[in-house]
Design a protein. Sequence first.
Length: 179
Amino acid sequence: MTWNNLLQPDLILEGSVLNLTLDIIQQYGLKGLVLDVDETLVPFRVGAASPELESWVEEIRACTALCLVSNNLSEARIGGIARSLNLPYYLGAAKPSRRKIRAALQAMNLPVHQVAMVGDRLFTDVLAGNRLGMFTILVEPIIHPDAALRSHPVRNFEVWVSEILGASITPKKNKIHKT
């Protein structure tokens, strides 16, 4: 698999994970979502889920298995968020390592092609999901209002490098679903 394929998300959402609807999930035949936490579900230094995220999780869990997989090592923070959402979780994933994502897939008991890796980072979330043959969804990071005035240098660098390597970080209208 070439770098541009490894870094190419299957779906790029405008806006945050909250824009990932049941209709979109069903359109791609997804039965499960592995969710990154930091800046995908909550801003980096926030230790609680927003009411909007809680509502989104309740709506999505009605027909989709959910699991959190975070590179973060803080049991207090990630575990607290996961428990407040009543979701299983894995800490210290070291994405793009696949080990903890594999554990999440095994716990979901779903075929890999029916589970999406959802995150805000190309070199961790998208790369790890693509290495496993998952459907990958890139979302815009949820950034704390105090940090919103600053640019997002790591993500900007990842997009720049990905485009040099041939990945297109703009939505494609006729993206073919992996089988």
